[in-house]
Design a protein around this ligand. Structure first.
Ligand SMILES: [Zn+2]
Length: 193
């Protein structure tokens, strides 16, 4: 029994691979991982399918769109490199970050997080401070509950500060009342509330 070595054993799959390469610009490596075959095998399949010079140009363009860009998880603030298209849509690294970001906080927990951050930073935390700190509630939550970050800052007993570092050092009175938060983690401080 002679085995054919010119054709494909799986023409349907090969057509799919060729189609994805030409239409989406998926890299050979990614296609190999997706279909569980080697890079070299994918390269042969794609070559066998044929690629016109125009397609080649388009594929190169799509592949540059797929190139990795810096991305930050909205919850844990971990940085990664993701394909540009994914980076534009993805907000959290995984389900855990997603559910932690959307857990419900009481008003008092949100205020406690502001006070905790104020003690850590030495000034009233603004939007950027909240977004820049791992595990801190999103500034959007403060907007939702208090109408503005300034109102939330006042509700927490802080000197209002919209501009970020250096604008409003926390007062000695505030420090005296909440200094103990400096010895806690954010999680502990929010449990305290
Ligand atoms: Zn994350």
């Amino acid at each position: 029994m002679a085995t054919r070595n010119t054709g494909s054993r799986n023409p349907e799959r090969d057509r799919e691979i060729h189609k994805e390469y030409v239409e989406k610009g998926t890299s050979l490596r990614e296609l190999g991982a997706k279909y569980g075959i080697s890079y070299e095998r994918v390269r042969l399949i794609v070559e066998r399918g044929g690629i016109s010079p125009e397609q080649k140009v388009r594929i190169r363009r799509m592949q540059s769109d797929n190139r990795k860009v810096k991305w930050t998880c909205e919850y844990c603030k971990k940085r990664k490199y993701l394909p540009r298209s994914e980076a534009q849509q993805r907000r959290f690294c995984d389900r855990q970050c997603w559910s932690l970001a959307y857990r419900t906080y009481t008003d008092e927990q949100l205020l406690m997080a502001l006070r905790w951050l104020a003690i850590q930073l030495g000034h009233t935390p603004g939007n950027k401070d909240l977004e820049g700190h791992p595990g801190a509630p999103s500034h959007a939550l403060y907007y939702k509950r208090w109408g503005s970050i300034l109102h939330a800052q006042k509700a927490a007993g802080l000197f209002p500060n919209k501009r970020g570092p250096g604008c409003s050092p926390i007062t000695p009175a505030f420090d005296g009342k909440w200094a103990y938060l400096g010895r806690m983690t954010l999680e502990e401080a929010m449990k305290e509330a």
